[in-house]
Design a binder for this molecule. Structure first.
Ligand SMILES: [Zn+2]
Length: 116
């Protein structure tokens, strides 16, 4: 994963913080629980202004180009002024390298946004 996604930075064709890109947002909280292979004990993971990232990586070590593209989801929510979204068992979009099997990790996530 590109290092630019770390440290609370987002990329929208440029390199900036969440607060600069979305000044209308007062608070954001994203709660993610992943199930499947290689899950660490630290779930659920909580993301906010400071540690928000474009993509939440899939924990399955064999998974390629998977993960939860939370940046796209949040951008769309903010465009529509939505405040709450809960999705259960969203399947990872990646695949496993060996025989091009699909990845069977799942993300359940909740997004809460408040606006200024
Ligand atoms: Zn995956």
């Amino acid at each position: 994963m590109n290092n630019n996604y770390q440290n609370g930075k987002l990329i929208f064709g440029h390199y900036d913080t969440f607060e600069n890109v979305f000044p209308q947002v007062r608070e954001i909280k994203v709660t993610v629980t992943e199930t499947g292979r290689n899950i660490s004990s630290s779930h659920p993971s909580i993301y906010n202004f400071r540690n928000f990232r474009e993509v939440i990586n899939c924990s399955n070590l064999a998974c390629i180009s998977g993960g939860l593209k939370i940046g796209n989801i949040v951008r769309e929510m903010i465009e529509n002024k939505e405040i709450f979204l809960e999705v259960n068992d969203y399947k990872c979009e990646g695949h496993e390298k060996q025989i091009n099997k699909i990845c069977w990790n799942f993300f359940s996530y909740k997004v809460e946004i408040s606006y200024k």
